[in-house]
Each structure stands twice: as structure tokens, then as C-alpha cells.
Design a protein around this ligand. Structure first.
Ligand code: NAP
Length: 242
């Protein structure tokens, strides 16, 4: 059976998801609208709106028993797990691209490599179109966390001049860029960089629908990483050993 999708948001990401969802789109609402229908009309709702609206959308999902995929970035809901309490499935992702999930794994390995040698200085740069509201991007924060998980001497990121315990993070807001993220290592005699660049919003829209399919029927709070683990972690086995 085709999954029926509800969509909060009529902006850039919302429009891309609506186009990919095609006939499986049950409803789409913008600012100030509340879907009248509940879980009897859409199996999974996807939030592609603004950070301030996420809490109301979660309340709506809990009250109607509809699973919720949150693609909106820049929000924070303390106690999310307790609020959901296994009643519905909630999956949040700052980036729906599976390639970015792979990059987060590379970032942790890069962090571990930096941890072996203090002269290997890790950094992160992101570039988005000039209309993007939040900075740094949710993806940049996710990648920074992944990198720092591998490099214990870095405990927080900063946009300014970094103290030794801080990871230097650069933000560009210019032009029409869909989203570019680079994680790098600057060592005295060499530089290692890994860049992900989205050519359109299609990877995010396709990933959002894949996340909806994965989430439906599961209860609790998940991230894109849970979805990616099954697929990506086997790629890190070398010579029969992880
Ligand atoms: N997870 C990912 O892979 C991914 C990828 C790209 C973007 N994002 C994130 O997705 C979010 C949306 O990005 P975007 O580029 O689509 O932004 P956008 O073009 O500004 O669209 C946001 C839309 O949300 C609408 N909106 C505001 N309040 C709402 C509400 N209460 N209910 C429903 N809709 C509401 C806005 O309506 P008005 O025009 O009336 O204000 C606007 O149409 C951002 O947080 C962005 O960072 C995530």
C-alpha cells in the first residue's frame, strides 16, 4: 500500500517533497493552517516549515496519532523522548541525504585521526543560499558533533577565533547554493578535505520520503542516523574486521 504523506510547509523544501511525493501527498499546509484530518488521512506527516512551528506540529501529531518526520532545523524541544513516550514514531534529520549520513561517519574517523596528532587541526565550513534563516546549518552542527565525537580535545564549535578546545566553524550565506559542507584537517605539511555539495533539493526530498517509509510502524524518537546505520555501517568493514 502506498504511504499517504501529510506536509507542513509550502516553501522550498516543502515544494520539493510535494513534487517527489506526487499522488501519495494527502495534504499540504502553510503558515496559519492546521490540517483538519488526522491519521485516517495521512500515515506520516513531514515537517518542512520553521523552527517556531515544530512544537505545535508535534502536539498535532501526538493528538492525532500520526507519525512525524521533522526536517525543519534550528529547533530544540527538551524532553522530546518523554513527550513522545512511544506513542508515535518521530524521526528528525537536519539533512535527509544518505551521502551526508555517510559523511558524518567519515567526520568521526577524521576526528579520530586528528586526535592521534595535535598538529592535525580539524575544521568545518558550510555554504548556503543567502535566504537560509539559521546559521550554522543543522547539518553543520551534526557534522561538528560527529567530528568532535572522534576528537576529545575539541568539545565545542565556534564561529570566532577558536580556543584550543574549540572547533573552528565557518559559515557562508551567499547566492543560491543548496547546501555545501566541507570537513577538513589542516596539518603542517598537508590538508585533507571532504566536501558534500547538493545540486538540487531532490536528495533532501527523496530522503524525507525514505525516512517516512522507514518510520511508519516504529514507535519512539529516531534520527536519520538510525535509518542509515543498517545500510552504511557494513561499508566500514575491512578485511572481514570492522
Ligand atoms: N532536513 C533536510 O534535509 C533539509 C533540507 C533543506 C532545508 N531544511 C530545513 O527545512 C526548513 C524549511 O526550509 P525551506 O528552505 O523550505 O524554507 P522556506 O522556503 O522559508 O519555507 C518555510 C515554509 O514554512 C512555512 N511556514 C511557516 N510557519 C508555518 C507553520 N506554522 N506551518 C506550516 N508552514 C509554516 C512558511 O510559510 P510563509 O512563507 O508563509 O512564512 C514557508 O512556506 C528549514 O528549517 C531548513 O533549514 C532541511
Amino acid at each position: 500500500m502506498t504511504l499517504r504523506i501529510g506536509l507542513f510547509g509550502r516553501g522550498r523544501l516543502g515544494s520539493a517533497i510535494a513534487a517527489e511525493a506526487a499522488e501519495s501527498l494527502a495534504w499540504q499546509v502553510g503558515r496559519g493552517d492546521t490540517p483538519e484530518a488526522g491519521a485516517d488521512v495521512a500515515d506520516v506527516a513531514i515537517d518542512a516549515s520553521v523552527a517556531e512551528a515544530v512544537e505545535a506540529h508535534l502536539d498535532w501529531a501526538l493528538s492525532t496519532g500520526t507519525d512525524l518526520v521533522i526536517g525543519t532545523t534550528g529547533w530544540s524541544l527538551p524532553g522530546l523522548e518523554a513527550r513522545v513516550a512511544g506513542r508515535i514514531g518521530v524521526l528528525s534529520a537536519s539533512n535527509f541525504s544518505l551521502s551526508v549520513a555517510l559523511m558524518a561517519r567519515f567526520a568521526t574517523v577524521l576526528g579520530r585521526f586528528a586526535a592521534l596528532e595535535p598538529a592535525r587541526d580539524p575544521y568545518l565550513v558550510e555554504h548556503h543560499h543567502r535566504l537560509k534563516v539559521d546559521a550554522p546549518s543543522g547539518t553543520a552542527k551534526t557534522l561538528a558533533a560527529a567530528l568532535m565525537a572522534g576528537c576529545p580535545r575539541k568539545t565545542e564549535w565556534t564561529l570566532g577565533t577558536p580556543a584550543p578546545h574549540q572547533l573552528s566553524l565557518g559559515v557562508i550565506r551567499a547566492g543560491a547554493e543548496f547546501g555545501t559542507h566541507t570537513v577538513g584537517l589542516d596539518a603542517p605539511a598537508e590538508v585533507l578535505e571532504l566536501t558534500h555539495r547538493a545540486r538540487s533539493r531532490a536528495p533532501f526530498a527523496q530522503g524525507a520520503l525514505a525516512a517516512a517509509r522507514w518510520l511508519h510502524g516504529r514507535k519512539g524518537v529516531f534520527t536519520m542516523d538510525d535509518l542509515a546505520a543498517d545500510l552504511l555501517d557494513p561499508l566500514f568493514v575491512f578485511g572481514g574486521r570492522p
